[in-house]
Design a protein around this ligand. Structure first.
Ligand code: ADP
Length: 332
């Protein structure tokens, strides 16, 4: 159960971290899908390069595994900039953050993943840093308090968030460029799967790539993960590194991922709304307690795909089943 859950949950797991580095597109032209975002970014990057200025601060939002981190690295490559990578929860003290900021050179990129999880104190340092490339640091307290000003070099902050709604307005307003990444279409996912298969040296039939794509929850990270599981399955069951349609179907059956990409956790969630809450509406806290899953996991990882595919509806009174999920639940 745990293994199955980990497979579909599109948060980064350790194996991903290693493989994703090799699968990550390096340049804008190699980034598949998200056409509007990519063409807007191309213009912003070209304009900044022509002006010989750093790119404006950029915010990417959207569910995990859609390419926010990849885009930050791509921007650094396209701008020929150095990139410093950190995350909201990793910056615990304002002092650590000042260290990071004062080490940035002109044109450097600072990438903050999960920027909505920055502490309030750290966030307040960011406002003048983003706006005027300055920070004021108060040392000591009471009558001995002194303000030290630091001038920073012009840099680009790239923030990534799964929950742009949790960002404080003053922070959100300081980003000049803001893009929301949407779930990927099946054809784009199939193209990503084929490109990853080439890099991993695995033969994948076009129908097999399509079968994986429809079960990937619109998410490249899940697509790459399922591809690797199918490769393992093919190697063990057939002795060959050749993924064809039947291999995918058998492998997905073994992993209990259905043709909608739903896994045990999705089905449990839908079933519980039906059995415990008469189809809803039910609040997320109550669901989290009944399922024994973190609210954040449900909101960031499980729900977005169920909402997007019409299995779940969110109303002001909570989450509800839809006709589609009621029909589908019969087959669970
Ligand atoms: P996020 O930061 O949004 O969680 P990542 O940038 O870490 O997502 O992407 C997860 C993985 O999915 C990456 O390692 C990369 O291999 C793959 N990926 C994401 N978007 C694309 C894309 N558009 N084209 C090809 N691969 C992608």
């Amino acid at each position: 159960m745990e293994e199955i859950k980990r497979l579909i949950i599109n948060e980064q797991i350790q194996e991903d971290e290693i493989v994703s580095l090799s699968l990550r597109p390096q340049k804008l032209h190699a980034f598949i899908g998200q056409k509007e975002v990519i063409s807007a970014l191309k213009i912003s990057i070209e304009a900044a390069k022509n002006r010989k200025e750093p790119l404006e601060h950029t915010l990417f939002s959207g569910p995990p595994g859609l390419g926010k981190t990849s885009l930050a690295h791509i921007i650094a490559n396209e701008m020929n900039s150095r990139i410093t990578v950190t995350s909201g929860p990793a910056i615990e003290r304002a002092g650590d953050f000042i260290g990071i900021l004062t080490n940035l050179e002109k044109g450097d990129i600072l990438f903050i993943d999960e920027i909505h999880r920055l502490s309030k104190t750290v966030e307040e340092f960011l406002y003048p840093a983003m706006e005027n490339f300055k920070i004021d640091f108060i040392v000591d307290k009471g009558p001995y308090a002194k303000t030290i000003n630091f001038n920073l070099k012009p840099f680009t902050l790239i923030g990534a968030t799964t929950r742009s709604g949790l960002l404080a307005t003053p922070l959100r307003d300081r980003f000049g460029i803001f893009h929301h990444l949407e779930f990927y279409e099946k054809n784009d996912l199939a193209t990503i799967i084929k490109a990853s298969a080439m890099k991993l040296n695995v033969a994948v039939d076009p129908q097999a790539a399509d079968e994986i794509a429809i079960r990937s929850r619109g998410t490249p990270r899940v697509a790459n993960r399922l591809l690797r599981r199918c490769r393992d399955y093919a190697q063990v069951k057939t002795g060959k590194s050749h993924v064809h349609e039947a291999v995918v179907k058998d492998c997905m059956k073994a992993l209990r991922i259905d043709e909608y990409g739903l896994d045990d956790l999705d089905r449990r969630l839908l079933k519980i709304i039906k059995s415990h809450y008469q189809g809803g509406p039910v609040g997320i806290e109550a669901l989290s307690a009944t399922l024994n899953e973190e609210v954040d996991t449900l909101v960031d990882v499980v729900e977005p795909y169920l909402l997007k595919t019409g299995f779940l509806r969110r109303t002001s009174r909570g989450r509800e089943l839809t006709e589609l999920s009621i029909k589908h639940l019969v087959n669970f």
